[in-house]
Design a protein. Structure first.
Length: 349
């Protein structure tokens, strides 16, 4: 079977990897000059535990399964990563109940080794954090996304996957014919993993009811050593996990992301006021030197709406015509990617 995977982000790459390993002839189409140019590399680079998502949802199931598969892939291919752990901190007593609920949800989702810590226990690991309690997730980690994309591209080529860059899909015709900026191509099946532009591909295939509305996430950075691992607030919005602190594998700590609804899917200018990052950092680290923070980068989350209503779970569906669509693959899409690929492969059968 000849399969086209549209979209060369980490999810599209893992789908191509899975299908190639199952003996299919796979072509990966990417509109940019390089793979992973958008959502895949413009995020916190966190390998999530699987705490936040409603039990039984695709996000919960595929995040937990994907985390195991991701660590396995990173280890096998010697990709830099670090299982550094994460603290979700309650800054006031009224947030402790939310921490307890998150812990119960995480355990129901199958997240291992979660512990509720008091302030003194937190300070043994994160001496600069000030809180009343925290939920500790030791299975959470970070990955070097640039290295991840480089390696998986090399692996895909080794498996015989055809990677066609600077190839924008212009239309989808009958019998799975694609008109692209690189000419006309024909396949037995089409898988739409186009991220921010997945709604456009879906519309070409007759699915009119879905729309991707990007939610911008800006970051500021610092080289001050403020945390040992990852430190998050208790989330207060369905759109974002809040301004958090993410250690990288280099010298920087990320502060962010913010969450702003925007119209331009590829607008990467930082628009969030600096004060929002200062406030978020100081809430958890009162002695944070805010004079040392500086603008980092920006990314856009592909939030999916169906007939105007926000869909809080991944949307993965197969048309009877032999076309599959993945819409709203935002966080924890990076962590879930290999499990999403496994799920897609099962649906194809």
């Amino acid at each position: 079977m000849e399969v086209a995977v549209i979209g060369g982000g980490i999810v599209g790459c893992h789908i191509a990897y899975r299908l190639a390993n199952e003996g299919m002839e796979v072509t990966l189409l990417e509109k940019e000059k390089a793979l992973g140019e958008h959502t895949s590399t413009r995020n916190s680079g966190v390998i999530h535990g699987g705490i936040y998502y409603p039990p039984g949802s695709l996000k919960a199931r595929l995040c937990v399964r994907g985390r195991h598969l991701t660590y396995e892939f990173l280890q096998v291919h010697d990709i830099p990563h670090w299982k550094c752990g994460k603290m979700i901190v309650a800054l006031v007593g009224s947030e402790i109940k939310a921490l307890e609920d998150l812990g119960k949800r995480g355990e129901e989702n199958g997240v291992e080794n979660l512990r509720l810590l008091d302030e003194s226990e937190v300070r043994k690991t994160e001496p600069r954090v000030r809180c009343v309690a925290a939920l500790h997730s030791p299975e959470t980690g970070i990955v070097d996304m640039a290295a991840y994309i480089r390696v998986i591209e090399r692996v895909l080529r080794g498996l015989g996957v055809t990677i066609v860059k600077q190839c924008r899909v212009l239309s989808v015709e009958d019998h799975h014919r694609l008109t692209t900026t690189r000419g006309e191509l024909k396949f037995d099946m089409i898988i739409n993993a186009a991220g921010l532009h997945s709604d456009s591909i879906a519309k070409m295939c007759g699915l009119e009811r879905y729309e991707i509305i990007p939610h911008k996430g800006d970051y500021y950075n610092t080289t001050e050593e403020v945390t040992k691992g990852l430190v998050y607030p208790v989330p207060d919005s369905p759109y974002s996990l809040g301004i958090h602190l993410t250690r990288t594998l280099g010298e920087e700590t990320l502060i962010g992301p913010s969450a702003i609804q925007v119209s331009d899917k590829e607008d990467y200018a930082i628009k969030t006021p600096r004060e929002e990052f200062e406030k978020g950092a100081l809430a958890m680290i009162p002695d944070f030197d805010i004079q040392r923070i500086y603008p980092g980068y920006s990314g856009n989350r592909p939030k999916v709406y169906c007939q105007g209503e926000l869909q809080t779970d991944f949307v993965i569906l197969k048309q009877e015509t032999g076309r599959m669509h993945l819409l709203g693959i935002e966080s924890p899409g990076l962590t879930a990617a290999p499990a999403i690929a496994e799920y897609v492969a099962k649906i194809m059968q």
